[in-house]
Ligand binder design. Sequence first.
Ligand SMILES: NC(=O)c1ccc[n+]([C@@H]2O[C@H](COP(=O)([O-])OP(=O)(O)OC[C@H]3O[C@@H](n4cnc5c(N)ncnc54)[C@H](O)[C@@H]3O)[C@@H](O)[C@H]2O)c1
Length: 339
Amino acid sequence: MILQTSKYPIEFYENFQDFLWNFSFNEKTYFLIDSNFYELWRDKFSFLHNNQIFIVPSGEEHKNLETLQKIWKFLCDNQADRKSVLVCLGGGVVGDMGGFAAACFMRGIPFIQIPTTLLSMVDSSVGGKTAIDFFNFKNIIGAFYFPQKVLICKEFLNSLPDRHILAGKAEMFKHAIINDYNHLFDLKEINSKSIYHSVKIKNHFVENDPYEKNIRKALNFGHTLGHAFETCALKNHQDLLHGEAVWLGMYWEMFYFHQFQWITDEVFYEFFRNIEPFLEKIPFNLNFDFLQRSFNYIIMDKKKAHQEIVFPIVKKLGSFELQSVNIQEFLDLLKKFKP
Ligand SMILES: NC(=O)c1ccc[n+]([C@@H]2O[C@H](COP(=O)([O-])OP(=O)(O)OC[C@H]3O[C@@H](n4cnc5c(N)ncnc54)[C@H](O)[C@@H]3O)[C@@H](O)[C@H]2O)c1
């Protein structure tokens, strides 16, 4: 299966054999590989030469300038040139950082993205966002830079821990809730078809609104509160994955929309029925104190831009309406309605 986006093709494979059969490279191809992934899959990549591989230490804490410098040094040391291709094999961390490394090296060399986590397959494979973190700011240094192509091989998920599968499903669930109710059934079994379906939905929003002026804002569903939870957890050294924060963000946004009577009882309970089995599996205790503290980070996150937040309001599952809300009014409402 291939999804031809306006910028590059995304190829989908169910198993490693098919993926490898269609994957071509030469001595001018360089590989950035996530360290955990490499440990688990190195036998399958034994055909690569050592001087073609740079192992990227796993984790968000390595998505920084220091690792980026090492990547550029590796390319220089191994005589990479303008014709070289950089292959990014790993989750969103390797994809984001590798894409940015490629964007800057010799003013831009081609790169191929091979996402190996569910989140990076269904989310970061579309949109051309590349970045690193800088001091405490996430994704603050980056560029829009599109890969030559993206290759998605479902078999790579066989080694991905369940916790990361659940985190990746948050974005798939979001795609279903804002765009296509039937996609919810795809979450039961993750295969190349269900991944394709999700990528197609994200691509629909990106292609129809590349500069996030309108409908692309719907992809922020669950992310306003989700980001606040993520920041709050980070400040308190609590372990919360991005996808887990999005699960919680979607639930609490809908909870408050219901309280404010922006959505009906019927929609809220149907939404709850669908999200509950996933929420139960999230290993994070979101108590009232944490919820209250996280509200501070909504202001920090958005205040710099305008005094408004645009929310996608799900008035019917599988669709949305955008609604602009003044931040202060929103915060006042949050404080008024206690869970
Ligand atoms: N560019 C975008 O549009 C976009 C969108 C969403 C998220 N992101 C970025 O993506 C990052 C999060 O992505 P992520 O969740 O993939 O995190 P990640 O890259 O840290 O990977 C998660 C974990 O899975 C391990 N791993 C990767 N593939 C594996 C496999 N097949 N088997 C076993 N373990 C494996 C990694 O070592 C890591 O421990 C964040 O930095 C976020 O900012 C970017």
